[in-house]
Write a protein that binds this ligand. Structure first.
Ligand code: NCC
Length: 276
Protein backbone atom coordinates (compact mmCIF):
# COMPACT_ATOMS: atom_id res chain seq x y z
CA UNK A 1 0.00 0.00 0.00
CA UNK A 2 1.38 3.36 -1.06
CA UNK A 3 1.45 5.86 1.75
CA UNK A 4 -0.73 8.79 0.79
CA UNK A 5 -0.08 12.25 2.18
CA UNK A 6 -2.63 13.41 4.78
CA UNK A 7 -4.08 15.79 2.17
CA UNK A 8 -4.58 13.02 -0.42
CA UNK A 9 -6.04 10.73 2.23
CA UNK A 10 -8.58 13.40 3.19
CA UNK A 11 -9.48 13.82 -0.48
CA UNK A 12 -10.02 10.07 -0.82
CA UNK A 13 -12.32 10.09 2.19
CA UNK A 14 -14.20 13.13 0.92
CA UNK A 15 -14.64 11.85 -2.63
CA UNK A 16 -15.15 8.12 -2.15
CA UNK A 17 -17.15 7.77 1.05
CA UNK A 18 -20.73 8.63 0.31
CA UNK A 19 -22.46 9.43 3.58
CA UNK A 20 -26.19 9.14 2.96
CA UNK A 21 -29.21 8.08 4.93
CA UNK A 22 -31.80 5.64 3.57
CA UNK A 23 -34.56 7.41 1.63
CA UNK A 24 -37.70 6.38 -0.19
CA UNK A 25 -35.75 6.30 -3.44
CA UNK A 26 -33.58 3.43 -2.12
CA UNK A 27 -35.08 0.29 -3.70
CA UNK A 28 -36.99 -1.72 -1.10
CA UNK A 29 -37.69 1.42 0.94
CA UNK A 30 -39.83 2.85 -1.85
CA UNK A 31 -43.09 1.51 -0.43
CA UNK A 32 -45.93 3.60 0.97
CA UNK A 33 -45.44 1.82 4.29
CA UNK A 34 -41.79 2.91 4.54
CA UNK A 35 -42.81 6.46 3.56
CA UNK A 36 -44.70 6.65 6.84
CA UNK A 37 -41.58 5.78 8.83
CA UNK A 38 -38.56 7.38 7.15
CA UNK A 39 -37.91 11.01 8.21
CA UNK A 40 -39.21 13.58 5.74
CA UNK A 41 -36.20 15.89 6.05
CA UNK A 42 -32.62 15.01 5.16
CA UNK A 43 -30.04 14.82 7.95
CA UNK A 44 -28.24 17.98 6.79
CA UNK A 45 -31.55 19.88 6.71
CA UNK A 46 -32.30 18.67 10.22
CA UNK A 47 -28.94 19.66 11.73
CA UNK A 48 -28.27 22.77 9.65
CA UNK A 49 -24.76 24.18 9.18
CA UNK A 50 -22.51 23.00 11.99
CA UNK A 51 -19.25 24.70 12.96
CA UNK A 52 -17.23 22.92 15.65
CA UNK A 53 -18.34 19.37 16.45
CA UNK A 54 -17.29 16.78 19.01
CA UNK A 55 -17.26 13.01 18.69
CA UNK A 56 -17.11 11.28 22.09
CA UNK A 57 -15.84 7.70 22.03
CA UNK A 58 -17.02 5.42 24.81
CA UNK A 59 -13.50 4.53 25.96
CA UNK A 60 -12.67 3.94 29.62
CA UNK A 61 -9.95 6.58 29.34
CA UNK A 62 -12.62 9.30 29.44
CA UNK A 63 -12.88 8.61 33.17
CA UNK A 64 -11.45 11.49 35.22
CA UNK A 65 -10.73 13.43 32.04
CA UNK A 66 -12.74 16.51 33.14
CA UNK A 67 -13.46 17.08 29.44
CA UNK A 68 -17.20 17.66 29.93
CA UNK A 69 -17.17 21.44 29.69
CA UNK A 70 -14.89 21.42 26.65
CA UNK A 71 -17.04 18.80 24.90
CA UNK A 72 -20.23 20.79 25.57
CA UNK A 73 -18.67 23.96 24.10
CA UNK A 74 -19.06 22.44 20.61
CA UNK A 75 -22.03 23.24 18.34
CA UNK A 76 -22.90 19.56 18.13
CA UNK A 77 -21.91 16.40 19.99
CA UNK A 78 -22.08 12.82 18.67
CA UNK A 79 -22.23 9.84 21.06
CA UNK A 80 -22.43 6.08 20.58
CA UNK A 81 -24.78 3.25 21.47
CA UNK A 82 -25.79 3.19 25.13
CA UNK A 83 -23.12 5.64 26.36
CA UNK A 84 -24.78 7.46 29.28
CA UNK A 85 -24.53 11.05 30.42
CA UNK A 86 -26.13 11.05 33.82
CA UNK A 87 -23.44 10.76 36.48
CA UNK A 88 -20.65 11.37 33.95
CA UNK A 89 -21.24 15.01 32.89
CA UNK A 90 -17.95 16.14 34.41
CA UNK A 91 -16.01 13.86 32.04
CA UNK A 92 -18.19 13.53 28.92
CA UNK A 93 -20.50 16.57 28.99
CA UNK A 94 -24.25 16.55 28.67
CA UNK A 95 -25.06 17.71 25.15
CA UNK A 96 -26.19 15.05 22.67
CA UNK A 97 -26.96 16.19 19.14
CA UNK A 98 -26.61 12.83 17.41
CA UNK A 99 -26.48 9.29 18.80
CA UNK A 100 -25.16 6.61 16.45
CA UNK A 101 -26.33 3.11 17.42
CA UNK A 102 -25.60 -0.30 15.93
CA UNK A 103 -28.38 -2.61 14.78
CA UNK A 104 -27.55 -5.16 17.47
CA UNK A 105 -28.44 -2.66 20.18
CA UNK A 106 -31.70 -1.78 18.46
CA UNK A 107 -32.66 -5.43 17.92
CA UNK A 108 -31.25 -7.64 20.65
CA UNK A 109 -31.43 -5.19 23.49
CA UNK A 110 -34.79 -4.25 22.06
CA UNK A 111 -36.57 -3.85 25.36
CA UNK A 112 -34.07 -1.32 26.60
CA UNK A 113 -33.77 0.58 23.36
CA UNK A 114 -37.52 1.05 23.20
CA UNK A 115 -37.96 2.12 26.82
CA UNK A 116 -34.66 3.66 27.96
CA UNK A 117 -35.00 7.48 28.14
CA UNK A 118 -31.34 7.91 27.13
CA UNK A 119 -32.33 7.34 23.50
CA UNK A 120 -35.02 10.01 23.45
CA UNK A 121 -32.57 12.93 23.12
CA UNK A 122 -31.12 14.20 19.88
CA UNK A 123 -31.06 12.67 16.43
CA UNK A 124 -30.73 8.88 16.18
CA UNK A 125 -28.87 7.06 13.42
CA UNK A 126 -28.77 3.27 13.22
CA UNK A 127 -26.32 1.26 11.11
CA UNK A 128 -26.10 -2.46 10.31
CA UNK A 129 -23.10 -4.49 9.10
CA UNK A 130 -23.94 -5.30 5.47
CA UNK A 131 -22.20 -7.90 3.27
CA UNK A 132 -19.18 -6.50 1.40
CA UNK A 133 -20.44 -4.01 -1.24
CA UNK A 134 -23.87 -5.65 -1.23
CA UNK A 135 -26.74 -4.15 -3.19
CA UNK A 136 -29.36 -2.53 -1.00
CA UNK A 137 -31.92 -5.24 -1.93
CA UNK A 138 -29.56 -8.00 -0.89
CA UNK A 139 -28.84 -6.31 2.44
CA UNK A 140 -32.53 -5.56 3.05
CA UNK A 141 -33.40 -9.25 2.73
CA UNK A 142 -30.56 -10.34 4.99
CA UNK A 143 -29.43 -7.64 7.42
CA UNK A 144 -26.90 -8.68 10.09
CA UNK A 145 -29.54 -7.88 12.73
CA UNK A 146 -33.11 -7.50 11.61
CA UNK A 147 -33.73 -4.15 13.24
CA UNK A 148 -36.47 -2.96 10.87
CA UNK A 149 -39.43 -3.86 13.10
CA UNK A 150 -37.82 -2.22 16.15
CA UNK A 151 -37.11 0.85 14.04
CA UNK A 152 -40.75 1.12 12.98
CA UNK A 153 -41.96 0.62 16.52
CA UNK A 154 -39.64 3.33 17.82
CA UNK A 155 -40.76 5.70 15.03
CA UNK A 156 -44.41 5.10 15.91
CA UNK A 157 -43.85 5.93 19.56
CA UNK A 158 -41.44 8.87 18.94
CA UNK A 159 -42.64 10.35 15.63
CA UNK A 160 -41.14 13.79 16.35
CA UNK A 161 -37.59 12.54 16.98
CA UNK A 162 -35.46 12.35 13.82
CA UNK A 163 -34.24 8.78 13.37
CA UNK A 164 -32.23 7.79 10.29
CA UNK A 165 -30.93 4.55 8.83
CA UNK A 166 -27.36 4.87 7.55
CA UNK A 167 -26.99 3.73 3.95
CA UNK A 168 -24.80 0.60 4.30
CA UNK A 169 -22.75 1.47 1.19
CA UNK A 170 -20.68 3.85 3.27
CA UNK A 171 -19.09 1.27 5.55
CA UNK A 172 -17.38 -0.61 2.72
CA UNK A 173 -16.31 2.52 0.85
CA UNK A 174 -14.56 3.48 4.06
CA UNK A 175 -13.21 -0.03 4.66
CA UNK A 176 -11.63 -0.04 1.15
CA UNK A 177 -9.72 3.14 2.02
CA UNK A 178 -8.62 1.65 5.35
CA UNK A 179 -7.35 -1.45 3.53
CA UNK A 180 -5.59 0.47 0.76
CA UNK A 181 -3.71 2.49 3.35
CA UNK A 182 -2.61 -0.38 5.59
CA UNK A 183 0.38 -2.64 5.14
CA UNK A 184 -1.46 -5.65 6.49
CA UNK A 185 -4.57 -7.50 5.37
CA UNK A 186 -7.52 -6.22 7.37
CA UNK A 187 -10.27 -8.52 8.55
CA UNK A 188 -13.28 -8.05 6.26
CA UNK A 189 -15.57 -6.62 8.94
CA UNK A 190 -17.07 -3.15 8.83
CA UNK A 191 -15.51 -0.20 10.65
CA UNK A 192 -16.58 0.49 14.24
CA UNK A 193 -19.39 2.86 15.12
CA UNK A 194 -16.61 5.22 16.23
CA UNK A 195 -15.04 5.47 12.77
CA UNK A 196 -18.43 5.75 11.05
CA UNK A 197 -19.43 8.54 13.43
CA UNK A 198 -16.23 10.45 12.76
CA UNK A 199 -16.84 10.41 9.00
CA UNK A 200 -20.52 11.34 9.44
CA UNK A 201 -19.47 14.42 11.44
CA UNK A 202 -16.81 15.32 8.85
CA UNK A 203 -19.63 15.62 6.31
CA UNK A 204 -21.76 17.87 8.56
CA UNK A 205 -19.25 20.12 10.36
CA UNK A 206 -16.50 22.63 9.65
CA UNK A 207 -14.19 20.97 12.17
CA UNK A 208 -14.40 17.78 14.24
CA UNK A 209 -12.73 17.19 17.62
CA UNK A 210 -12.59 13.48 18.41
CA UNK A 211 -12.20 12.52 22.09
CA UNK A 212 -10.41 9.39 23.31
CA UNK A 213 -10.47 7.57 19.99
CA UNK A 214 -6.70 8.01 19.90
CA UNK A 215 -6.02 7.13 23.53
CA UNK A 216 -4.45 9.67 25.88
CA UNK A 217 -2.13 9.12 28.83
CA UNK A 218 -5.27 7.84 30.61
CA UNK A 219 -5.36 4.77 28.33
CA UNK A 220 -6.74 1.80 30.25
CA UNK A 221 -7.98 -1.75 29.73
CA UNK A 222 -11.35 -0.67 31.12
CA UNK A 223 -13.60 -0.94 28.09
CA UNK A 224 -16.12 1.87 28.67
CA UNK A 225 -16.15 4.98 30.87
CA UNK A 226 -19.50 3.80 32.21
CA UNK A 227 -18.67 0.19 33.13
CA UNK A 228 -16.15 -1.70 35.24
CA UNK A 229 -15.53 -4.30 32.53
CA UNK A 230 -11.90 -4.87 31.36
CA UNK A 231 -11.03 -5.87 27.78
CA UNK A 232 -8.08 -4.65 25.74
CA UNK A 233 -9.92 -5.53 22.53
CA UNK A 234 -12.25 -2.58 23.12
CA UNK A 235 -9.44 -0.14 22.40
CA UNK A 236 -7.41 -2.21 19.91
CA UNK A 237 -10.22 -4.04 18.14
CA UNK A 238 -11.29 -7.61 17.61
CA UNK A 239 -14.25 -7.74 15.24
CA UNK A 240 -13.86 -4.17 13.97
CA UNK A 241 -10.59 -3.03 12.31
CA UNK A 242 -10.10 -0.51 15.14
CA UNK A 243 -6.31 -0.41 15.09
CA UNK A 244 -6.31 0.47 11.39
CA UNK A 245 -9.02 3.07 11.95
CA UNK A 246 -6.92 4.69 14.63
CA UNK A 247 -3.81 4.71 12.46
CA UNK A 248 -5.78 6.47 9.75
CA UNK A 249 -7.20 9.09 12.13
CA UNK A 250 -3.68 9.67 13.49
CA UNK A 251 -2.46 10.36 9.96
CA UNK A 252 -5.12 12.98 9.21
CA UNK A 253 -5.03 14.57 12.66
CA UNK A 254 -4.44 18.32 12.42
CA UNK A 255 -4.00 18.80 16.16
CA UNK A 256 -0.84 18.28 18.17
CA UNK A 257 0.55 15.08 19.71
CA UNK A 258 0.28 16.86 23.04
CA UNK A 259 -3.49 17.28 22.56
CA UNK A 260 -3.72 13.53 22.02
CA UNK A 261 -1.57 12.70 25.01
CA UNK A 262 -3.11 15.18 27.47
CA UNK A 263 -6.71 15.45 26.29
CA UNK A 264 -7.17 12.38 24.08
CA UNK A 265 -8.16 14.87 21.39
CA UNK A 266 -7.65 14.62 17.62
CA UNK A 267 -8.83 17.45 15.37
CA UNK A 268 -10.03 16.71 11.85
CA UNK A 269 -11.25 19.11 9.16
CA UNK A 270 -14.81 18.95 7.89
CA UNK A 271 -14.96 17.87 4.25
CA UNK A 272 -16.18 21.30 3.18
CA UNK A 273 -12.78 22.60 4.33
CA UNK A 274 -10.85 19.97 2.37
CA UNK A 275 -9.67 21.30 -0.98
CA UNK A 276 -8.51 18.74 -3.49
O1 NCC B 1 -18.28 -0.32 22.67
P1 NCC B 1 -18.93 0.57 21.68
O2 NCC B 1 -18.74 -0.06 20.20
O3 NCC B 1 -20.36 0.97 21.93
O4 NCC B 1 -18.06 1.92 21.61
C1 NCC B 1 -18.36 2.98 20.71
C2 NCC B 1 -17.11 3.36 19.94
O5 NCC B 1 -16.14 3.93 20.83
C3 NCC B 1 -14.81 3.55 20.43
N1 NCC B 1 -14.12 2.91 21.58
C4 NCC B 1 -14.83 2.26 22.54
C5 NCC B 1 -14.17 1.69 23.61
C6 NCC B 1 -12.78 1.81 23.71
N2 NCC B 1 -12.09 1.33 24.76
N3 NCC B 1 -12.09 2.44 22.73
C7 NCC B 1 -12.74 3.00 21.68
O6 NCC B 1 -12.09 3.58 20.81
C8 NCC B 1 -14.95 2.63 19.22
O7 NCC B 1 -14.73 3.38 18.04
C9 NCC B 1 -16.41 2.18 19.28
O8 NCC B 1 -16.95 1.96 17.99
C10 NCC B 1 -19.69 -0.46 18.10
O9 NCC B 1 -18.73 -0.04 17.41
O10 NCC B 1 -20.89 -0.34 17.75
C11 NCC B 1 -19.37 -1.10 19.47
O11 NCC B 1 -20.59 -1.57 20.07
C12 NCC B 1 -20.49 -2.51 21.15
C13 NCC B 1 -21.92 -2.88 21.64
O12 NCC B 1 -22.62 -3.56 20.62
C14 NCC B 1 -22.69 -1.58 21.98
O13 NCC B 1 -22.01 -0.85 22.99
C15 NCC B 1 -24.10 -1.88 22.48
O14 NCC B 1 -24.11 -2.57 23.69
C16 NCC B 1 -19.67 -3.73 20.74
N4 NCC B 1 -19.53 -4.64 21.88
C17 NCC B 1 -20.05 -5.86 21.91
O15 NCC B 1 -20.73 -6.30 20.99
C18 NCC B 1 -19.79 -6.68 23.16
C19 NCC B 1 -18.27 -3.26 20.30
O16 NCC B 1 -17.51 -4.37 19.87
C20 NCC B 1 -18.36 -2.24 19.19
Amino acid sequence: AAKLSPEKLLCQLRDRVNVTMIQGSDGPFGTSEWQRYLPGKSLSETVGHLGRCAVVSSAGSLRSSHLGREIDSHDAVLRFNGAPIRGFQEDVGQKTTIRLVNSQLVTVEEQQFLVEALYNTGILIVWDPAPYHAEIHEWYKKPDYNFFESYKLYRSTHPEQPFYILNPKMQWQLWDILQENSLEQIQPNPPSSGMLGIVIMMTLCDEVDVYEFLPSKRQTDICHYYQKFHDRACTMGAYHPLLFEKNLVKRINQGTDEDIYIHGKATLPGFRNVHC
